[in-house]
Design a protein around this ligand. Structure first.
Ligand code: PLP
Length: 300
């Protein structure tokens, strides 16, 4: 099966006069529009892994994620689209939610694994799939060299020059890819990374692992709102205001925290006037459905 590699995305200006007041221009690269389920950076991270799987004649994808994992969802959909079967190991006790429901719709077999055993993913793969020649291991979140290569192509696609490029980080793989792309294209753009986990400084080592010499970038590690998938009324109100002003939805787990950081840094005069800022929209919009109740309290 030929893996279609033509998915790409466009940049668009954000029509919020707020940025003009500070002499800034603000654009968003719409990787969220690449595909509704193989969304954003998850497609970038999967595409070369899928090519590898295909060229090794593997027919069954095996991967890992939490119960709201955008990666599980993307893998489930991509597997169905490109003719693989798929299994997802889900961290924690058995639950049902919109993400897992759609994974099942795409034919993914789900196996819930208690937290302790979930840690050692290679072991789980060997235990359940070691004897199956057709099985192909994909790490949690798609983290891999292939994923870094896929994400570096985001930079090759850019139509304009930006002084600042922002991304949200979970594992830091996407950020590493962007840094690779910036180096390959010899751009002077500065990468700014917003970790969504608490104590996000660890992301620096995670990114540096992919490089021989440590690359230059800035971490903004105080926008985690309490930790992974944690939120606050202030963040949810910001998401709603942003969507109503721009016609662009953000997800509460990743892109919302990054966008909040960009607004906050703007207010604090962090950016040189006259600069152009780009934010990478990595998708993940189903994350909104995981916060239905809390969002309801903000909206009604
Ligand atoms: C997975 C994900 C990220 C984090 O990507 P990493 O490469 O793990 O840092 C960012 N945004 C969204 C919407 C995601 O689903």
């Amino acid at each position: 099966m030929l893996i279609d590699l033509k998915y790409h995305s466009q940049e668009e200006p954000v029509t919020d006069p707020f940025f003009a007041e500070y002499g800034l221009s603000f654009h968003i690269k719409r990787d969220d529009l690449i595909h509704p389920f193989i969304s954003g950076n998850k497609w970038r991270k999967l595409k070369y892994l899928l090519q590898n799987a295909s060229s090794l004649q593997k027919t069954s994808l095996v991967t890992f994620g939490g119960p709201y994992s955008n990666h599980l969802l993307a893998t489930a959909c991509a597997a169905a689209k490109f003719g693989f079967t798929s299994t997802g190991f889900v961290r924690g006790e058995a639950v049902e939610n919109p993400t897992l429901l759609i994974c099942r719709m795409f034919g993914m077999q789900l196996r819930f694994i208690e937290r302790e055993r979930y840690r050692d993913k290679k072991h789980l793969f060997d235990h359940y799939f070691g004897h199956q020649k057709e099985a192909f291991f994909i790490d949690e979140g798609g983290a891999s060299e292939e994923a870094v290569t896929g994400c570096s192509e985001i930079i090759q696609e850019l139509e304009q020059h930006y002084d600042y490029i922002f991304c949200a980080a979970g594992t830091g793989t996407t950020a590493a890819g962007l840094l690779k792309g910036i180096a390959q294209q010899n751009l002077s753009s500065a990468l700014h990374v917003v970790p969504v986990l608490k104590n996000g400084e660890f992301i620096r080592q995670e990114i540096e692992k992919f490089f021989r010499a440590p690359p230059e970038f800035t971490l903004h590690s105080s926008y985690h709102f309490g930790g992974y998938a944690k939120t606050s009324t202030e963040l949810l109100e910001f998401l709603a205001t942003f969507s109503a002003k721009t016609g662009i939805l953000l997800d509460p787990v990743y892109t919302g925290k990054m966008a909040y950081a960009i607004y906050d840094l703007t207010r604090k005069n962090f950016f040189r006037p006259g600069s152009k800022i780009l934010m990478l929209h990595t998708g993940g919009l189903l994350g909104l459905l995981g916060m239905q109740e809390r969002l309801g309290k903000v909206l009604y």
